[in-house]
Design a protein around this ligand. Structure first.
Ligand SMILES: Nc1nc2c(c(=O)[nH]1)N=C([C@H](O)[C@H](O)COP(=O)(O)OP(=O)(O)OP(=O)(O)O)CN2
Length: 184
């Protein structure tokens, strides 16, 4: 199977408040690497001329633009986190730089949400490529790898319960990192 892999680095901040790792309840940051593996949705023989599935630049442009302009230097925060109220009331102009997640923004959750976001972009780009694997290196010693699709791992949200799940930001083929428009 012929696959393309692309890696991008971004800086992020987060905190985990649910008790799975008490030391991570204090806001802190990491320089992370996200690597995605893509394959042709309909594999075909190389044409003997250009011999590409898709030029690398085209295959990664939209995804890397999202990583660079939305994920990089954003703060990942649970929708349950009381710090959200701080931003709402004291720094509303920074709300658009918050990645708001259903529960703690762990590496596992972010891998699943980012996989879903990339899948939405790829569908919107004509379904020429699909993602087979996404890995998120939080630190040089901690990496989460997800293959085969995010669906089995995405938490059930209120939207899912009401049948409106496709409206959440990770399923939308746009540059959003939260559902601020619907929440505020
Ligand atoms: N299952 C998960 N556990 C933890 C996550 C996570 O995303 N998923 N995240 C954290 C923290 O973000 C923490 O910053 C990193 O974890 P930890 O391995 O505890 O810390 P170190 O980077 O210092 O690890 P060393 O390899 O020992 O240097 C915690 N847990």
């Amino acid at each position: 199977m012929l696959e393309l892999s692309f890696t991008r680095r971004f800086s992020m901040g987060h905190r985990l408040i649910s008790g799975s790792s008490e030391r991570c309840a204090i806001p802190h940051g990491h320089n992370e690497f996200v690597t995605v593996t893509l394959q042709a949705t309909r594999p075909s023989r190389l044409d003997g001329a250009g011999n590409v599935i898709v030029p690398f630049a085209d295959a990664k442009r939209r995804w890397h633009d999202f990583v660079d302009t939305r994920l990089d230097h954003a703060f990942q925060i649970s929708s349950q986190d009381p710090l959200l109220d701080w931003f709402r009331t004291r720094e509303p102009e920074r709300m658009t730089r918050l990645v708001i997640t259903p529960g703690d923004p762990t590496t596992e959750l972010m891998a699943a949400l980012l996989y879903a976001k990339l899948a939405a972009f790829l569908r919107d780009d004509g379904d020429i490529l699909r993602c087979t694997c996404l890995s998120l290196e939080e630190t040089p010693t901690n990496t989460v790898t997800l293959s085969g699709g995010p669906e089995p791992y995405l938490p059930v949200t209120t939207e899912a319960a009401t049948g409106a799940d496709r409206s959440v930001w990770w399923h939308r083929a746009d540059m959003t990192i939260s559902d601020l428009g619907t929440e505020l």
